[in-house]
Ligand binder design. Structure first.
Ligand SMILES: [Zn+2]
Length: 362
């Protein structure tokens, strides 16, 4: 169990601090109320001394499914999901963004508040006959605008569109045609934005990813199978990319024997795309797809970080991606409070230290 610390007016001293932009400070005194690094301790302020630990922004998992795997019959779904949130907290996560649950139970759980903060969308949206009924019941395209209004009223933070199916492990270059026309996706994205909701778009393959980017979605989830032109389009816009490497690594290492080779190829290509995206300055967020086969809430987060690092994302960019400003907005603005984790070791030299969370400061 990590310690949950409320500073209650105290300043924090730590051997090292890495700010949300990845900049490092040694032997630091910090005001947790506004993230300011101080040069001296005002005499009237108490100081919480974290000794040799490194302080960094609280981390965010930008893509989870709290409702997966489905709770057993008789279990309270909200209780099961609350337990998964606690597991996320134990791994240094101060917020998670859910990618859809069929019953909309995340919208009920969200109302409980607390840490980690839950950003919820309820059921994922997609037309009949398309992939994803385990994430939300299908609706006719002309009914989806009404669903968006209902989700906004129910307190959703974003909507999730299933723009394409998953990658096809039998034939990795084959991805089903998009589920939405360009005009429909653009109209629905505009409708979500009009209601103050962000748009999280699941899309794979060049055609589906282009469709999502052209529609102006806020985040691209997965994005397997992009080519150089699509990456350039991503870099030129403001859409955040959540590459979700860990589910493919889980399939490669422990999936059905028939899928492992294709998973290895797809993962290698996706990691190469992450490297190129890093060079192009694409805004990457860290998302695990926790709840997918072999991906565990909280515990798999470090694995995603290690894979992003192995792909070639620089350590500073990794801390920035984990801090999740692209998902939650900048620290200290728009109601986003400063939160921190304290880890042992130096994350800029050793990504593994991001898994050695000693305390969370909220
Ligand atoms: Zn997902």
């Amino acid at each position: 169990m990590v310690r949950l610390i409320r500073p209650e007016g105290r300043l924090i001293r730590a051997a090292r601090y890495i700010d949300p932009r990845g900049e490092a400070f040694a032997d630091v005194l910090l005001d947790p109320a506004d993230g300011r690094v101080l040069t001296y301790a005002p005499p009237q302020r108490n100081v919480l001394d974290l000794g040799p630990l490194t302080l960094l922004p609280g981390m965010v998992d930008a893509h989870v499914h709290l409702a997966l795997p489905p709770p057993r019959l008789g279990d309270d779904p909200v209780g099961v999901m609350a337990g998964r949130l606690v597991a996320c907290l134990d791994h240094g996560l101060v917020a998670v963004r859910d990618g859809g649950d069929r019953l909309g139970a995340t919208l009920r759980l969200k109302k409980r508040g607390g840490v980690p903060r839950l950003l919820a969308c309820g059921p994922a949206l997609h037309p009949p006959g398309s992939y994803g009924s385990f994430l939300g019941p299908a609706s006719r395209i002309d009914a989806i605008a009404g669903q968006i209004a209902g989700l906004a009223d129910a307190g959703a933070d974003h909507v999730k569109f299933l723009v394409t199916g998953p990658v096809n492990l039998e034939s990795p270059m084959m991805i089903d045609p998009p589920h939405f026309s360009a005009a429909a996706l653009e109209r629905l994205t505009t409708e979500a934005h009009r209601r103050g909701l962000k748009v999280m778009a699941h899309a794979n393959g060049v055609t589906g990813v282009r469709l999502a980017l052209d529609a102006g979605v806020d985040s691209l989830e997965h994005g397997y199978g992009m080519d150089e032109d699509t990456l350039a389009l991503l870099a030129a816009g403001r859409t955040v990319w959540v590459p979700t490497l860990v589910p493919m690594a889980a399939l490669r290492d422990a999936g059905p024997t028939s899928s492992r080779k294709a998973a290895a190829t797809l993962l290698a290509r996706q990691m190469e795309a992450v490297r190129r995206a890093g060079e192009r300055g694409v805004n990457v967020a860290v998302g695990t797809d926790a709840g997918a086969p072999g991906v565990v809430h909280g515990a798999s987060y470090l694995r995603e970080l290690l894979l992003l690092r192995e792909a070639g994302l620089p350590p500073e960019a990794l801390v920035r991606a984990a801090a999740g400003e692209s998902v939650l907005g900048p620290y200290g603005t728009g109601g986003r409070p400063w939160t921190f984790v304290a880890v042992s070791g130096n994350p800029l030299a050793d990504t593994g230290s991001l898994g050695r969370v000693e305390a969370i400061i909220v």
